[in-house]
Design a binder for this molecule. Sequence first.
Ligand code: NAD
Length: 274
Amino acid sequence: QNRQPGIEAKMDPAPEYIRSSYQGSHKLKDKVALITGGDSGIGRAVSVHFAREGADVAIVYLNEDIDAKATKEMVEAEGRQCLLIKGDVKKAAFCKKAIQSTVANLGKLNILVNNAGMQLPQKDPKSIDEKQLEDTFRTNIFAYFHFANEALEHMHEGDCIINTTSVTAYRSSPNLIDYSSTKGAITSFTRSLATNLTEKKIRVNAVAPGPVWTPLIVATFDEEKIRSFGSETAMKRAGQPSELGPAYVFLASDDASFITGQVIHVNGGEVVNG
Ligand code: NAD
């Protein structure tokens, strides 16, 4: 990763992935979930929250084995199974294989969380070359299609898909033009797929995080941006991954049985449009 020197010091030294006060109440008992990017940041928080709620978890990841192993230990400490699947979501064949491997190893698939994402900030739109554009769209939106299409081969009534979009899809993001475009596409994808699947009784929703302290942020923003990170929110702070997990649990559970095609904003009160 292209980490900026000195930035780590400004990160929260102990990001919270789940609060000790979070009880869990078997809301996802005996479900099987696949979470892309489930080893790190927001995805790690989702993996651990789902496990505490009683789900077995398959985690798709690309980067550090050490992060994946640490997350697996956290899931297993909750008494649930954790399957690690390493590979690149930019490759359609891998997305398909990851779903098949989850079903083969964990027996079924009830919940898909499309969450893996990448962002490369730019000052000038002309600096976004073809390769960056393609990688960003392949990771942030094409993969969501590929995972959803294969997941639907195995899903039944009551199952669901949750997509991670972003606050950048709802406000102007001049230094993240390609990234925010993919996040806007995820919102439309969520609404359209949800309507398409109502007859099958499979729900599709999205979570739009605001600023959250994760490795993605440390890897991509410069020192100045890190210093002011979160200041645009009404709460004047960035969130912890642990503050995102419960929104995913809610959408995945039967508590959200009448909610589909919607986006939940978890952003410390940032004002959003649309
Ligand atoms: P993160 O860097 O901690 O997690 C990103 C994950 O995506 C990692 O697990 C990484 O392995 C995975 N990933 C990236 N490219 C991949 C590829 N080609 N194949 C397989 N896995 C790949 O960052 P995060 O902040 O937790 O990001 C999770 C999601 O939240 C992303 O979709 C991001 O756009 C979104 N988001 C984050 C914030 C924020 O402030 N952190 C705000 C809004 C939206």
